[in-house]
Design a protein around this ligand. Structure first.
Ligand SMILES: [Fe+2]
Length: 266
């Protein structure tokens, strides 16, 4: 950390082997270039056909992630269910049922000594059933008060309106709120009026350009034009990138002072 500025690097959904390879190849230099103090990666699409295995979670950590956030695919692989209870560094949405394995928040300790509360919630609009993310985040912030120096939230959601409303509802309480899930980066990075850094969606890590959300376009187009379902194949060739955002948080002023969108071509 330099000059009271704590840098939060957040990366969007890692998609498949191409996304994992892009992380391995590009994350160390991206962290160095951005002087990141903490790196948070959404990993719920890293494994096949989606979800996250323990093996792939370890690859994401080896590439440089401090915390892995999740979403609607996090519970897909059986080995992850036990792992979620063993580690506090892989999250699933906090507003999932109380008996769901794992946790939806953690306090990560950065090398500078700053304690970062990382929260992961799911949206409700066009998503699987879950508790209200606004109420959940409010309760979490209240219950964990005093255990962290700054808080960050990944809202894994489909609807831009829900993500924007969430960011504004918690403006000033989170250092950063960002959306994941759509794999399409938005251009609305901003510091909200009371100092929360915000972007509606980070995008994805993997082969985004020339694909449909990281999946080979031909099969998707056939499905849209014929109505016939088929197994989708993730793109294996093409330019990979790491999409995300860098949030610069002033620990003295307790406000985010800059949000920079990232699309690092590997
Ligand atoms: Fe998702």
């Amino acid at each position: 950390m330099q000059n009271n500025i704590f840098r939060i690097l957040a990366l969007g959904d890692v998609v498949g082997k191409a996304g994992l390879a892009a992380l391995k190849a590009g994350l160390p230099r991206l962290k160095a270039r951005t002087c990141a103090d903490i790196t948070i990666v959404n990993g719920e699409n890293a494994s096949e056909p989606n979800g996250l295995t323990v093996e792939d979670a370890r690859l994401i950590f080896a590439a440089g992630a401090d915390v892995i956030t999740g979403g609607n695919h996090t519970l897909r692989h059986k080995d992850m269910l036990a792992f979620l209870d063993e580690t506090r560094s892989v999250l699933r949405p906090a507003n999932y049922p109380p008996l769901c394995p794992g946790s939806g928040f953690t306090v990560a300790h950065a090398s500078s000594g700053i304690r970062v509360l990382v929260v992961n919630v799911s949206g409700q609009v066009f998503m699987q059933q879950c508790d209200n993310p606004f109420n959940c985040a409010q309760t979490l912030l209240n219950e964990t008060a005093g255990t962290y120096d700054l808080a960050v939230c990944d809202i894994h959601a489909e609807a831009t309106s829900e993500k924007l409303a969430f960011g504004l509802a918690f403006d000033g309480r989170f250092a950063a709120v960002y959306g994941t899930h759509t794999h399409v980066p938005t251009a609305d990075e901003q510091v909200l009026p009371d100092g929360t850094g915000y972007i509606t969606d980070l995008g994805m890590c993997g082969i985004r350009r020339g694909t449909v959300l990281g999946v080979e376009s031909a099969g998707i187009i056939r499905r849209f034009t014929t109505g016939i379902s088929e197994r989708f194949e993730r793109a294996a060739s093409g330019a990979a990138e790491l999409d995300g955002a860098l949030f610069e948080y002033d620990t003295a002023a307790k406000k985010c002072v800059a949000v920079t969108r990232i699309a690092e071509i590997i």
